[in-house]
Design a protein around this ligand. Structure first.
Ligand SMILES: [Zn+2]
Length: 250
């Protein structure tokens, strides 16, 4: 869809123009609402080594995102929930509200690999892929605002947000969105001081795990060969970012 002057955004890192009628603030509001709803039905952990691990990596992903894309993450209130379920999944809603399943933690054995996934999820939120999807589908409704006259947030939009960012456990993103999230996520992980080469081992592992779960990574992602080829092309840039991160004084 062509983007007019009222509804034109630019994705950081890739520079792609996007059509987006939803303001970042409105999207964060929807994200917060969708987060509360999604987690109310989930069994979450609030202590223990798995919880600590996700907070540790998440904090560094948040800091790196702030360094690289300060405008995109302005107003984010990062949260990293851990959901106790074997389903291999992770997601992040607008505003930095995210969750990682314990099933995914078992697959991502190193913090480097976990950072690749969490960077990828942050990238979907930073690139505002869900807002873009909602804009394409519901432009007419949204221009009138997220909240109704009575101040109630539109529940249809809350559900659309949760679905668009994969928090409902279904695959939501297109192949090109997955590639863009790989690209941005790789740079975030590297900037956070995690080895970008872990992306190759991790996505291979994911592909091998493939058939058994409705998780957001698999069914629309580029073919494994294409994905690895693209990641390899991005590695020199990511490794330069990684080297710089390692030299950064703490
Ligand atoms: Zn994705």
């Amino acid at each position: 869809m062509a983007c007019g002057p009222q509804a034109c955004g630019t994705v950081p890192e890739t520079g792609r123009s996007q059509f987006n009628v939803l303001s970042a603030g409105a999207e964060r509001q929807l994200g917060a609402e969708a987060y509360a709803e999604t987690l109310s039905g989930a069994r979450t952990l609030s202590t223990g080594p798995e919880f600590d691990r996700v907070q540790r990596v998440g904090r560094r992903i948040a800091e790196a995102s702030g360094r690289r894309y300060p405008k995109s993450v302005a107003g984010f209130e990062w949260q990293f929930a851990v959901i106790d379920t074997p389903e291999v999944n992770a997601w992040m809603l607008p505003g930095g509200k995210s969750a990682v399943n314990t099933g995914l933690l078992k697959l991502a054995t190193s913090d480097d690999e976990l950072a690749i996934v969490m960077g990828h999820e942050a990238a979907h939120a930073i690139a505002r892929h869900g807002a873009e999807r909602i804009s394409r589908g519901m432009a007419a409704e949204i221009v009138f605002g997220v909240a109704s006259a009575s101040g109630e947030i539109d529940p249809v939009l809350v559900d659309a947000t949760a679905t668009a960012y994969g928090a409902m456990g279904e695959t939501a993103f297109s192949r090109s969105e997955e590639s863009e999230a790989d690209h941005i996520g790789l740079m975030i992980a590297a900037d956070a001081g995690y080895d970008p080469r872990a992306s190759l081992s991790f996505w291979k592992k994911m592909a091998a795990n493939g058939a058994n779960a409705p998780f957001e990574f698999l069914s629309t992602h580029p073919s494994d060969e294409t994905r690895v080829k693209r990641l390899e092309q991005l590695l020199p840039k990511a490794e330069a970012v990684y080297a710089q991160a390692k030299n950064r004084t703490p």
